[in-house]
Design a protein around this ligand. Structure first.
Ligand code: GLN
Length: 503
């Protein structure tokens, strides 16, 4: 393997042991194979950084140091005997929405603050079978509901680019951990933008695959028709490595798709000449910060210089994606979260007087304000009198949005635009204004409603804060997305920058 561009411009084969966090997964994998360092050394390096830096970031809820070191020893034995899979001995962190056998899985909720999962999610199982080592579980918005990581029962996560700013959400702990180099990669989930938006706000490469590409088995359900697991990494090359292990049919998830998994790493190096890029007119029209728009346009120029053609595309129903999502997602969440009743597992109130009291107080005390808001909205839009007016109508608009995308992909290979309307905002700035908070997802939600794969890659900085370029593909076009993202990363250096104090 010849690792491509990394988060450091230094020669990876000559990196001092104190700077192992400057390497990408691909570079770490090459170093492990070349016996430049061992998996125990890499794992210990990141655990030391976690100990030192996590308190100021609050990026991790649980750290599994002992387990990680035991797994690293096993990985070193496998590496020594030869033939070990590519990812052997590489550490990462999992968003705390993935069930992990024998390890606390909280979903950042008081409701699950005592829940030790009895099995691994398929994503966790596949990555560990591929040799990946889990360092711990990342903080997130409660039940993945949020865009700023402020709804966590465990407190807000801080953005390493500016500790006063949010890292985005809901996979904000995953993003902050990777951006601060306390883990070289992380898993996340994306229901309405929760991988791409935090990736944009922390200068990472975030990939949300096609709905059905990666198994949802063992992921605590938020909105089942939208949820999808993906990756937060420094580079598209690293995302390709993780996706190779994560993707594929799983009989335990009835919505997982039985399609062959292409060789993602092999697809990275295709030339882009003749690539047709659709520019989403609706994304550039309203609400977009002018300086953000300029950085996105600069990135598009790089693509033009690589031989791509830019084509204006309009998706007339796309502006309806936020209201549509905020009917569909709460509806599904109100149904999914009905399982937390204080009886079967999770939080239970003290001294209930009867069953109704047990239900009411367990849920009342176990869920935070945003989760309750969603459950109430969802219950309302599904209720007998309002189902047709809200839920059914939202489903119809969802179809129109999906059809808009299908028409667009008849004429272009990928769509591009901004990931987030602004760079990271101050902690506390939007937390009391749900509508303003919901509008953060205006550019990301469409891909979830249509089930499409989408990425965010770093494309510049504004006042020291990162900006992301979003790339959306047709169903199952992950290989194309990774290829397009990798080509840009070979021409740019935004993804190599590190936040001050974390170098
Ligand atoms: N921010 C969106 C929400 O609050 C999306 C969350 C997500 O993708 N999990 O629902």
């Amino acid at each position: 393997m010849s690792p491509g561009p990394g988060p450091s411009n230094k020669d990876p084969s000559n990196i001092p042991m104190s700077e192992l966090h400057h390497l990408t997964l691909a570079q770490l994998a090459a170093g492990l194979r070349a016996r430049q360092f061992s998996s125990v050394e890499v794992t210990r390096h990141f655990l030391t950084r976690i100990e030192r830096l996590n308190p100021q970031l609050n990026a991790l809820i649980t750290v599994t140091g002992e387990r990680a070191l035991a797994a690293a020893q096993a990985a070193d034995r496998k590496l020594a005997s030869g033939g070990a899979p590519t990812l052997t001995g590489l550490p990462l962190v999992h968003k705390d929405i993935f069930c992990t056998d024998g390890v606390l899985t909280t979903c950042a909720s008081r409701m699950l603050s005592n829940f030790v999962a009895p099995y691994d999610a398929t994503v966790v199982e596949r990555l560990s079978q591929a040799g990946v080592i889990s360092l711990g579980k990342a903080n997130m918005d409660e039940f993945a509901m949020g865009s700023s990581n402020e709804t966590s029962y465990y407190g807000p996560v801080r953005n390493p680019w500016d500790l006063k700013k949010v890292p985005g959400g809901s996979s904000g702990g995953s993003a902050a951990a990777v951006a601060a180099r306390i883990a070289p990669a992380a898993t996340g989930t994306d229901t309405g933008g929760s991988i791409r938006q935090p990736a944009a706000l922390t200068s990472l490469t975030g990939l949300k695959p096609t709905y059905g590409r990666v198994s949802r088995f063992g992921i605590v359900a938020f909105a089942s028709s939208l949820d999808q697991a993906g990756t937060l990494t420094y580079t598209a090359e690293d995302a390709a490595l993780l996706m190779q292990a994560m993707a594929g049919f799983d009989p335990r998830d009835s919505t997982s798709v039985d399609e062959p998994v292409p060789d993602y790493s092999a697809a990275l190096h295709q030339p882009l000449a003749g690539l047709k890029i659709g520019l989403l007119r609706e994304f550039f029209e309203r609400g977009l910060d002018e300086a953000t728009a300029k950085l996105v346009r600069d990135a598009l120029k790089v693509y033009e210089s690589l031989g791509a053609k830019l084509i204006d595309v309009s998706l007339p129903n796309l502006p309806l994606s936020v209201p549509t999502y905020y009917v569909v997602a709460p509806a599904e969440c109100s149904s999914n979260l009905s399982r937390f009743d204080g009886v079967r597992f999770g939080y239970r109130c003290e001294n209930p007087v009867d069953l109704t009291d047990l239900y009411k107080r367990s849920r009342g005390e176990g869920f935070g304000a945003e989760v309750k808001r969603r459950i109430m909205t969802g219950t309302y839009v599904l209720s007998a009198g309002y189902y047709d007016a809200y839920y059914l109508r939202a489903q119809k608009v969802r179809r129109l949005i999906t059809d808009d995308f299908a028409r667009a992909f008849a004429g272009v290979d990928v769509l591009m635009g901004p990931t987030s309307p602004t760079p990271a905002f101050d902690i506390g700035a939007k937390v009391d204004d749900p509508i303003t908070m919901y509008l953060n997802d205006i550019y990301t939600i469409g891909a979830n409603l249509a089930g499409l794969p989408a990425m965010s890659i770093p494309c510049g900085f504004l006042g020291g804060l990162p900006v992301g370029l979003q790339i959306i593909g047709a169903h199952f076009a992950e290989a194309k997305l990774l290829n397009v993202a990798h080509a840009y990363q070979c021409e740019s250096e935004w993804h190599t920058r590190m936040p001050r104090g974390y170098e």
